[in-house]
Ligand binder design. Structure first.
Ligand SMILES: Nc1nc2c(ncn2[C@@H]2O[C@H](COP(=O)(O)OP(=O)(O)OP(=O)(O)O)[C@@H](O)[C@H]2O)c(=O)[nH]1
Ligand SMILES: [Mg+2]
Length: 197
């Protein structure tokens, strides 16, 4: 037992094209480590990491997945029992940016939901001289898909914790909405103004 109950568990899946810096973002956040060497993820890794969020201690399971391209078929394990997503592109790659919408649409198609809690992450924000995707483009896509947005640099250790907190914001909002479902019925009008005929 780790002292956490099921209500404090949050499963966050990290998806995006190859070499966008997904593993680097996760390991920088969880272990505060970074390597310049590229070691592609073959077997996905799940990290258990506690995050203090609002007045709760959440036990986050962060699933670092191998790169998804536009032809990848969504693995059901990356859609079932998932609370939220980090959708990662690299700011020097238009292709990885275009793949964000494709991946989001795959999740929506698979789950049949209208939206899922997610944060779009523009990684490698330190690569300003070879930037291909502007902040405005990132923000516009996030608005369109109803997701949060942030740029990060795992290498320079900039804002690496923010995507996880933004994603938890989205998750908590969604859980709140679900708890309120069905919406309260309007109070029966006192002293009905309808007269029985
Ligand atoms: N400049 C820069 N390079 C980075 C950053 N994050 C990661 N990298 C480099 O980008 C390469 C790929 O990083 P990974 O974290 O392995 O990328 P990934 O998305 O997990 O790759 P796959 O597992 O193959 O999908 C490595 O050489 C990293 O050192 C960053 O913030 N800035
Ligand atoms: Mg990886």
């Amino acid at each position: 037992m780790n002292g956490y109950d099921i209500f404090s568990q949050r499963r966050i899946v990290v998806l995006g094209s190859r070499s966008t810096g997904k593993s680097s973002l996760v390991t920088r956040f969880v272990e505060d480590s970074f390597s310049d060497a590229y070691s592609p993820t073959i077997a996905e890794m799940t990290y258990e990491h506690p995050i203090a969020y609002a007045d709760k201690d959440l036990n986050c399971k962060i699933v670092d997945v191998a790169g998804y391209d536009e032809f990848s078929i969504l693995n059901p394990c990356h859609a079932i029992g998932v609370h939220g997503y980090l959708l990662v592109y690299s700011i020097d790659s238009t292709k990885s940016f275009d793949n964000i919408k494709t991946t989001y649409d795959k999740i929506i198609d698979f789950t049949g939901l209208q939206s899922v809690p997610a944060a779009i992450v523009g990684q490698k924000a330190d690569l300003t001289t070879i930037r291909r995707v502007t902040v405005k483009q990132g923000q516009a896509l996030a608005r369109k898909l109803g997701c949060a947005f942030i740029e990060t640099s795992a290498q320079s250790n900039v804002d690496v914790e923010k995507p996880f907190h933004l994603c938890l914001d989205e998750i908590e909002n969604e859980l709140k909405r679900k708890r309120q479902w069905p919406p309260e019925r309007p109070q029966a009008q006192e002293e009905s103004q309808c007269l029985p005929m």
